[in-house]
Design a binder for this molecule. Sequence first.
Ligand code: AN0
Ligand code: CP
Length: 318
Amino acid sequence: MKKFTCVEDIGPLKEAIEEALEVKRNRFSYKHLGENKTLLMIFFNSSLRTRLSTQKAAMNLGMNVMVLDVNQGAWKLETERGVVMDGDKAEHLLEAIPVMGSYCDIIGVRSFASLKDRNEDYEERVIEQFIKYSGRPVFSMEAATRHPLQSFADLITIEEHKRTERPKVVLTWAPHPKALPQAVANSFAEWVTKGDYELVITHPKGYELDEKFTRGATIEYDQRKAFEGADFVYAKNWSAYEGENYGKVLSTDMDWIVDSEKMALTNNAFFMHCLPVRRNMIVTDEVIEAPTSLVIPEAANREISAQVVLKRMLEGLQ
Ligand code: AN0
Ligand code: CP
């Protein structure tokens, strides 16, 4: 595997999930693969889970790990070509990328959407430049439009907990005070629609996602109706995608919170969220603390999704 940015890169889902469950049972069996190999993780944005789970996955595989927080201690990077660099940015990504590539064997990149220019974000300019100029296999640790390690972990978690062959999965928008990227929601829709699940997406009008990710899902604007008979409820906030509202918060309507009253409409559904989550904005204490809440096992599976991706990349280097 040379790159991992979207669901296509993982190949057949069934095989990937089987491999994940095998890795989970025997996570130290592949330690030889990473001997004398170095992972460089580059963060343009904050992280708790991605940072720790990916590092742990790499250590399970016997790799050395280096972490760079670009905005803390490194030179500020210019990302656009043709800019006269007379401002605060001391280095260009076009030099920084091959330099970073020269010190490692595999690169992970976290670079969120700016939420200012939709075209720029949806072209995935930052991670695409890493793929083009680093000379190394590159994987996304959440890029502008997708968070594939999260979605892969989410599907592993659903497979471990599903009680029917083809469960009903509901992706629900929920309120948040700040503008967040669409990446987690886009990616979740992209992965779930590729698998054998019924996907219903519910959000207030104006929060429609790019159809490229949601094709195959049902859009239901009535959240309570969407929750009826659900086996999994996946909550996430995102900012608007459509037109001139791109990147804006259009609603903080607390009627969209996931609470016990709405969960009672479901088929005793499991609650999921990628974390970090704002309690009593997105979800009530009661729902996130219930035995049906999967947020912790879901986060734990981030180690497994990262390990499958790193394992496949290392196998490609042997
Ligand atoms: C980020 C987002 O919504 O994309 C990261 C989630 C994994 N969330 C926040 O910035 C709160
Ligand atoms: N879910 C997730 O990616 O969390 P972090 O932002 O803490 O890495």
